[in-house]
Design a binder for this molecule. Structure first.
Ligand code: 13P
Length: 256
């Protein structure tokens, strides 16, 4: 059985050390301490230590929003995966569409980051998803396939099983326009099928695939009820304790 994972990606929207502390102190009493749903919060780098000090006594996992693929060296402005590990980071989001589109990250770069994350023992959450024009021209599956081929190049089965995929259609991110549960499920099934062909059935069935894109308290439960949707990566609605708690509790409901 796959344990759903709800991730809060705060992006650069919010998350000074004080804001992070305030948000988490409000969130913790609102969610059950449960082993059925995994919860991960990815604040900005500058709040990771502060956040770790709060979440270490809870079930909440700490995530980073990015990392570099080298462990050390003259790479001004980049963050080594080892720096993240030492301060308690467990998950790292890689290849978010904002990294791909605004900062020109390629599948090849994301592939290098992914391999390094796995090598040092960080758990990667790799984002894939299509643009609106690609969906409208019927190319969604082609785009997803090519992202999977590029991003997961030369990975073996043990490595892919440790990876979480976030299907985040770009047209749904921050737009208030969520994919319907049926639209999301169709692509999640396609992702699993592609992984089955590339790896095997066991890998395809064990990997967790989150949905991301305008998840809200009002649509979360319907999305999470779909058999192939294993939780969500939440942006805007993860900034407020009550809406994130609602989404986490919705995932919990779909288990019971
Ligand atoms: P929104 O939930 O704000 O649409 O963002 C989704 C996202 O990009 C999570 O990584």
């Amino acid at each position: 059985m796959r344990i759903p994972i709800i991730g809060g990606n705060w992006k650069m929207n919010r998350g000074t050390p004080n804001e992070s502390k305030e948000m988490l102190k409000a969130l913790i009493p609102l969610i059950k301490k449960s082993d059925n749903v995994e919860v991960m919060i990815a604040p900005p780098f500058t709040s990771l230590i502060e956040t770790f000090n709060i979440v270490k006594k809870t079930n909440i996992k700490l995530g980073a929003q990015n990392m570099y693929y080298e462990e050390t060296g003259a790479f001004t402005g980049e963050i080594s995966p080892n720096f993240l590990k030492e301060i308690g980071v467990e998950y790292v989001i890689l290849g978010h569409s904002e990294r791909r589109n605004i900062f020109n990250e390629s599948d090849d770069l994301i592939n290098r980051k992914l391999k390094k994350a796995l090598q040092v023992g960080l758990k990667p959450i790799v984002c894939i998803g299509e643009h609106l024009e690609e969906r409208e021209s019927g190319r969604t599956k082609e785009v997803i396939k090519s992202q999977i081929d590029g991003t997961f190049k030369d990975l073996d089965k043990e490595e892919i099983i440790k990876t979480v995929i976030a299907y985040e259609p770009i047209w749904a991110i921050g737009t208030g326009k969520t994919a319907t549960p049926e639209q999301a499920e169709e692509i999640h099934i396609y992702i699993r099928e592609t992984l089955r062909q590339k790896f095997d059935k066991e890998a395809a069935n064990s990997i967790r695939i989150q949905y991301g894109g305008s998840i809200k308290p009002t649509n979360a439960e319907d999305l999470f009820r779909k058999a192939n949707i294993d939780g969500g990566l939440v942006g805007g609605a993860s900034l407020q304790a009550d809406s994130l708690a609602h989404i986490i509790n919705a995932a919990e409901k779909t288990i019971n």
